[in-house]
Design a protein around this ligand. Structure first.
Ligand SMILES: Nc1nc2c(ncn2[C@@H]2O[C@H](COP(=O)(O)OP(=O)(O)OP(=O)(O)O)[C@@H](O)[C@H]2O)c(=O)[nH]1
Length: 597
């Protein structure tokens, strides 16, 4: 594996592992923290709802109690209902969320300061004792006229038949919660509180009551959870809805808008599930609705006088976790960017460490001494690598020097060897005494020339020559003189042939063989005669025999145009036989195949 990868791979793996661990811890911690924060938020939501609802409901009790007490102790006179107009209007102006503050007497007279449940108009008065048949009239009071002018005429009205009156009588002497019911003429539900008014003897004189619309609670709930894609609701202790934050969670059934839905029978699966949890009195839970997780917090708010409401808030878990996931994602992105940056720096460092070493290694592997010698003086900032490079460079120079020296010595030795070989070869083909070609050269040459003659159908001639009476010469003049004569004869013979390929060899003793390629008998005879004459011309005088006064030669000639059936030995034997014939005929002559020669 390349050095670069050995450095970078563990480095990158370790960093990736560290990134994964850090990201995991971040995600886990952030998730846990967000869950805790979410639960705290949920509690805060229901606390806000409780504060809000308590703030709305508390004045109901106070006003009913204050009016009851004032009418009971005579501070206000229930028998003169018109005198109640001013204080009831004053109270109404103070508490803008109330829809009515009323007093009804046992004789059926009724007076109320009121405002429409969906209106911001100033309050008006509703009285039934102005008309003779107890018709209810809406009056706009003025500074001068306490009751004021009638603005609307309504049917006769007997408060004693109304739920607030009946429930007050029923709860006597306690304060009574009225049932939540729809306002007459408005698609709005309202909540009322009422209490009996008694004299000192405990005799019931009438009923003090007040009420408020529930729409504003729904509006508050909607504003509370709007940003968190959540839902808030309020339900009575039996689960009947009082208010919800969302239009897709209606209070009433689609078929009958006077009939308020219960949580457990609500078309919304979310509220239905919550309805079951309220029955089990579970207040904090995670709910899975169609694969989406919701956090739920329920709080039971005691409204007093035996009444309590469920306050609930439910928010998708993703609302809390998405911010965490996003921040974790940002952190992880930052870490990954750092990883990339550090990896790039790592690559650069690995490259600067590994590149010079890799270069040295590849040059060493390719055996390029010149490459190693040309390694740059300074190609890295790493001191150790510079040392390594310097050492390798100087080793390569030393080695190159030694190789050059060795090569030159080998070259010299090879030349000397070649010369010696040539000499040896020449010597092996030369006759030691005479210096002309020896028997070995004869054998090689006749073989080559024979084959060539067979191939080209050329004539090939051979002369065998022998010094006459040489034994006698030796005997007479001594061996040394014999050698000298032999050398002189050999030299003279060797000088005769002119054409390439014509070879004169010392065949043995005082006998010579001459090879004459592409030479017919005529040519061979001429050559033989030339040789015989050359020896005569040497004039090597002798007086050891009577027949000749100088050294002479006898020669036998044989010529052939050979084919594959012929043999060299036949040619040789024929030449040798003719030499013998020349000797027989008196020596110092040439013998050919012709009869008269
Ligand atoms: N000095 C000397 N003599 C040699 C050499 N080689 C052969 N001889 C002699 O040559 C002589 C040859 O003698 P023979 O073969 O009897 O023939 P010849 O005396 O020449 O007689 P013919 O050939 O019949 O004319 C011998 O005495 C050999 O010793 C040599 O290298 N040096």
């Amino acid at each position: 594996m390349p050095l670069r990868l050995v450095i970078i791979i563990p480095f990158t793996l370790l960093f990736t592992l560290a990134t994964a661990i850090i990201s995991g811890i971040l995600l886990y911690n952030n998730h846990a923290a967000s869950r805790e924060a979410a639960q705290q938020s949920m509690v805060q939501y229901t606390d806000s709802m409780a504060d809000y609802v308590s703030g709305l409901v508390a004045p109901l009790h106070q006003i009913v109690r204050v009016n009851r007490d004032a009418l009971s102790n005579g501070s206000l006179d229930i028998h003169r209902p018109a005198s109640l107009a001013a204080p009831l209007l004053r109270q109404m102006r103070l508490y803008k969320h109330l829809t009515f503050i009323s007093v009804a007497s046992t004789d059926g007279r009724y007076i109320a300061s009121a405002r429409d449940p969906d209106s911001q108009q100033p309050p008006h008065l509703a009285v039934n004792f102005i008309s003779s048949n107890a018709e209810l009239g809406a009056h706009r009071p003025t500074e001068q006229d306490l009751i004021g002018q009638r603005i609307t005429q309504l049917p006769p009205y007997d408060p004693r038949q109304r739920p607030f009156y009946i429930s007050a009588i029923h709860a006597h002497p306690d304060i009574s919660w009225g049932n939540i019911s729809r306002y007459i003429g408005f698609p709005v539900f309202g909540l009322g509180v009422s209490a009996t008014i008694t004299n000192e003897e405990g005799e019931i004189l009438g009923v003090s009551a007040t009420g408020m619309a529930l729409t504003q609670i729904s509006d508050f709930l909607a504003s509370l959870v709007a940003e968190d894609r959540g839902y808030a609701f309020i339900a009575e202790s039996d689960g009947t809805l009082v208010a919800t934050s969302a239009p897709d969670m209606p209070l009433t059934s689609a078929e009958d808008d006077t009939h308020r839905l219960k949580l457990s029978a609500h078309p919304s699966p979310l509220l239905q599930t919550i309805g079951k949890l309220t029955q089990q009195q579970q207040i904090s839970e995670s709910i899975d609705i169609s694969g989406e997780l919701y956090l739920l917090n329920l709080q039971k708010l005691e409204l007093g006088f035996g009444n309590s409401w469920w306050l609930g808030v439910v928010i998708p878990e993703q609302t809390f976790t998405s911010a965490v996931i996003q921040s974790t994602y940002r952190a992880v992105t930052l870490i990954v960017l750092m990883l990339v940056l550090i990896t790039l720096v790592g690559f650069y460092l690995a490259h600067s460490i590994a590149s010079p070493i890799s270069k040295i290694a590849s040059l060493a592997q390719s055996g390029s001494l010149s490459g190693l010698q040309s390694l740059p003086q300074k190609n890295t900032l790493i001191r150790e690598v510079t040392y390594l490079s310097d050492t390798v460079r100087s080793l390569a120079s030393e080695l190159q020097k030694a190789i050059t020296e060795l090569e030159s010595r080998v070259k010299k030795r090879t030349a000397a060897l070649r010369k010696a070989n040539l000499k040896l070869k020449k010597q092996s083909r030369q006759d030691g005494l005479t210096g002309i070609a020896n028997r070995r050269t004869f054998d090689e040459t006749i073989d080559q020339e024979w084959k060539r003659a067979v191939r080209h159908r050329h004539p090939l001639s051979m002369i065998i020559a022998d010094i006459d009476y040489f034994k006698s010469f030796n005997d007479h003049y001594g061996h040394q003189k014999g050698d000298d004569a032999l050398k002189a004869v050999a030299k003279a013979l060797d000088q005769q042939p002119q054409r390439p390929g014509e070879t004169v060899c010392r065949y043995g003793g005082e006998e010579f063989a001459v090879i004459l390629p592409q030479t017919d008998e005529q040519g061979a005879t001429e050559m033989a005669e030339k040789m015989r004459q050359a020896i005569i011309d040497l004039n090597l005088e002798r007086d050891d025999i009577d027949e000749h006064d100088r050294v002479t030669l006898s020669l036998g000639i044989a010529t052939i145009i050979p084919d594959n059936n012929d043999k060299v030995s036949t040619l040789f034997k024929q030449a040798d036989r003719r030499l013998y014939q020349a000797k027989e005929a008196g020596r110092n002559r040439t013998k050919t195949g012709k009869k008269d020669s």
